[in-house]
Design a protein around this ligand. Structure first.
Ligand code: NI
Length: 390
């Protein structure tokens, strides 16, 4: 069974929404125009309940099926925010805001979920409730976390939740998914080192923070290579080191910072725990004060096995059995949908966007060709999970 025919009829309309969103990108929580359009369209479609302002600028729509006897409620989530990147292509629908663009395809995600909402409101061919979730601030702001923290899951009685992201270089007409860790946790660290400054020609009178920094950078790499099971994944990247103003002065202080990525919660715990031990003990060894701040940002995006198998079966309905990779390699980027998957069982899936510029690249543009595929996935997911007439 291929894509839903109705979406062929909606294709031009949804493409127009998508291009309008692309031309008017908004960053983080400041997605007021986008959220306004989403709420307005949901109203126009006859969605049963629309709530705005969840997670500051998030929008939630509730669509009841022909029957709600099953008592089932399924959440479908799209992200709305753009990125602080200058677009370099001269598209007809290019960004009209300097220094901002939809370089991750969230314009497409929003348009596809709107398309699905339109179809589901029109057909209502399911027994249960579909909740469409439009979140702000996926790109580092934790908009998904705020929506969950505000009690969205309980408020709408959401039992399972599903997400989708386009994937450049995955051919059009294909999906990719895996159970377990699909996308990495994305944490950040900053370390303040205080030594004792002095004349660079008399290091014996000083505590040189440069030596401490060097030991910590190496110590962190030994957590990856010596403490982590070689079959598991961990990245610790020290990306900034700041110290000193002169060539003949050993500075008093230094500051270093960077990011940590893992694919399993327990590997993430290991990284944080060992980094603390390394900092404390290198500080002690060199008699320097070492202050580590470890900030847990996005958790691992962990796909639940049962929902992943179900999502893959829906994808197969849409694009055929040979076009769904159920054991896709994980990605070391982070994803805010992880907070929703910590709150409820569910699955995140990648939809092929074909050969285009990569995500977060200034030449990226969402591929409108895949709109019927993404919309059909959402529609079939709801209709298959909560079949009508049972
Ligand atoms: Ni994205």
């Amino acid at each position: 069974m291929p894509t839903v025919n109705r979406f062929a009829e909606f294709h031009d309309e949804i493409t127009a929404w998508r291009r309008d969103l692309h031309a008017n990108p908004e960053i983080l929580f400041d997605v007021h125009r986008t959220a306004g359009i989403v709420a307005e369209k949901l109203k126009e479609f006859g969605v049963d309940e629309i709530v705005t302002g969840i997670g500051r600028t998030g929008v939630v729509g509730v669509i009841h099926g022909n029957s709600s006897q099953s008592g089932r409620v399924i959440g479908l989530r799209a992200d709305m925010d753009a990125l602080p990147i200058q677009e370099i292509r001269d598209l007809e629908h290019k960004s009209t805001t300097d220094g901002a663009m939809h370089a991750c395809g969230h314009d497409g995600h929003t348009a596809m979920l709107l398309g699905a909402a339109k179809y589901l409101s029109e057909t209502r061919n399911f027994d249960g409730t579909a909740v469409v979730i439009f979140q702000p601030a996926e790109e580092g702001g934790g908009g998904g976390r705020e929506m969950v923290d505000e009690g969205m899951m309980d408020r709408f009685n959401i039992q399972e939740v599903f997400g989708m992201h386009n994937m450049p270089d995955l051919p059009v007409g294909r999906f990719a998914i895996r159970p377990g860790g699909l996308m990495a946790s994305a944490d950040f660290f900053a370390i303040d080192i205080e030594g004792r400054g002095g004349h660079a020609a008399r290091p014996n009178g000083c505590i040189d923070p440069a030596i401490v920094v060097a030991q910590i950078v190496n110590g962190f790499q030994s957590i990856v290579s010596r403490n982590t099971d070689p079959i598991e994944s961990m990245v610790i990247s020290t990306t900034q080191i700041h110290m000193g103003d002169a060539d003949n002065v050993i500075p008093q202080t230094a500051r270093m910072s960077g990011t940590v990525r893992t694919l399993k919660p327990e590997v993430r715990d290991l990284a944080e725990r060992r980094m603390k031990v390394v900092c404390e003990n290198i500080g002690a060894a060199f008699e320097a004060k070492v202050d580590l701040t470890y900030e847990r940002n996005y958790p691992v995006t962990v796909n639940h096995p049962e929902e992943t198998a179900f999502a893959a079966s829906v994808a197969r309905q849409v694009v055929g059995a040979g076009n769904v990779d159920e054991n896709a390699p994980p990605v070391m980027g982070g994803e805010d949908f992880s907070f929703m998957l910590e709150a409820r069982p569910g699955a995140f899936i990648f939809v092929g966007q074909g050969e285009t510029a990569g995500l977060h690249h200034p030449e990226y543009d969402f591929n409108d060709e895949i709109i019927p595929i993404g919309c059909s996935y959402w529609a079939r997911l709801v209709e298959t999970a909560m079949p009508a007439g049972n």
